[in-house]
Write a protein that binds this ligand. Structure first.
Ligand code: COD
Length: 304
């Protein structure tokens, strides 16, 4: 299966699918509210709003959105809203969690709460899926937003989380490029050492359901011409489905470069928790929020 546009994700939901319940934490956020309502109108999810009712209704009125038919739970602060929303998912009363007007760290700390959070014993990580005009298929990037400086063990978990999502989307053996600044192992560049180890672990089937190669520099990961030029023989180079980042800084800069310079479309979510989490940021567009909800709904459908 080759996906070339994010809107193809819609085809992955059965036409007669029962929309999953999405709980929006701190619903007093115009962009999130808009995306949630549109996703509900397209039968992708069924929203539950948690937050400041007065502010949320005021925003809905300005945006001409009809939110009267949705379940609303009042919360007196963003932190309370996030706590209620996380508990709802924890208790099975909602299938997808989405961040509204609340800080990322507050949200993630609540998700990681040992008593009522959404831990599964696995590492949680961020998965972003890009539609870039200059690339021949959708390309995933991980982790650009949660794990700050993953060690090798954490990179294995991040890679497996992303491969699981891609497998669910029908990509049987995603091609994974583990990025470094160069494509040769350099003993003074730890990202290249991890990359080489991940490749070998894949060869030995310690990492399954994908083809891993690395280190690859960004150009040879995404351009076969560039790989040819450097005489790199690789099944992955030029045809990558997933870019594994060395750390959050590289990942975050790439994410924003793709969106702001390359005008890429993106959908993203946190995976590895007991339910998918939509964690878009204020600077993300309406499209990014809508497609992230779609991605999370597809993922939630696979989880059940
Ligand atoms: N998966 C599972 N468990 C985790 C994870 C994870 N990714 N991260 C931490 N934990 C567990 C730890 O094992 C521990 O039990 C507990 O959570 C607390 O761990 P700390 O002290 O490392 O966690 P925090 O609360 O200080 O930090 C966790 C964050 C996810 C908040 C932190 O890693 C963070 O701030 N990440 C970056 C978020 C961000 O600012 N992104 C910006 C781009 S949008």
């Amino acid at each position: 299966m080759i996906l070339t546009e994010l809107r193809q994700l819609r085809d992955q939901l059965d036409h007669n699918h029962k929309p999953r319940k999405l709980v929006l934490a701190a619903s007093e956020d115009a962009h999130s509210l808009n995306a949630v309502v549109h996703a509900s109108e397209q039968n992708i999810i069924r929203p539950i709003l948690v937050g400041d009712k007065e502010k949320t209704c005021g925003m809905a009125e300005i945006l001409d959105l009809d939110i009267g038919k949705y379940e609303f739970i009042k919360a007196s602060s963003p932190l309370e809203a996030v706590t209620i929303a996380v508990k709802m998912v924890h208790d099975g009363r909602a299938d997808v969690l989405m961040k509204g007007k609340v800080g990322t760290s507050d949200m993630l700390s609540c998700v990681l709460n040992k008593e009522y959070g959404l831990r599964t014993g696995q590492l949680l990580s961020h998965f972003a899926y890009f539609e870039v005009e200059t690339y021949h298929k959708l390309i995933a990037v991980t982790d650009v937003a949660m794990n700050i400086a993953p060690n090798l063990t954490e990179k294995i978990a991040i890679l497996n989380n992303a491969v699981r999502v891609l497998n669910q989307l029908g990509i049987e053996k995603p091609k994974v490029a583990v990025l470094g600044a160069v494509e040769k192992v350099q003993t003074n560049m730890s990202a290249t050492l991890d990359a080489a180890l991940l490749s070998k672990m894949n060869q030995r089937e310690q990492i399954k359901n994908c083809i891993v190669d690395g280190p690859l520099a960004f150009d040879n990961a995404i351009s076969s011409e560039s790989a040819r030029h450097k005489e790199i023989r690789s099944e992955v180079a030029g045809d990558t489905d997933l870019l594994l980042m060395p750390d959050i800084e590289v990942g975050n800069v790439l994410y924003k470069t793709l969106v702001f310079f390359a005008k890429a479309k993106v959908a993203s979510m946190i995976v590895g928790a007991s339910a998918p989490i939509v964690l878009t940021s204020r600077s993300d567009s309406e499209q990014a929020k809508f497609d992230s909800i779609l991605l999370a709904a597809v993922s939630a459908a696979h989880n059940h």
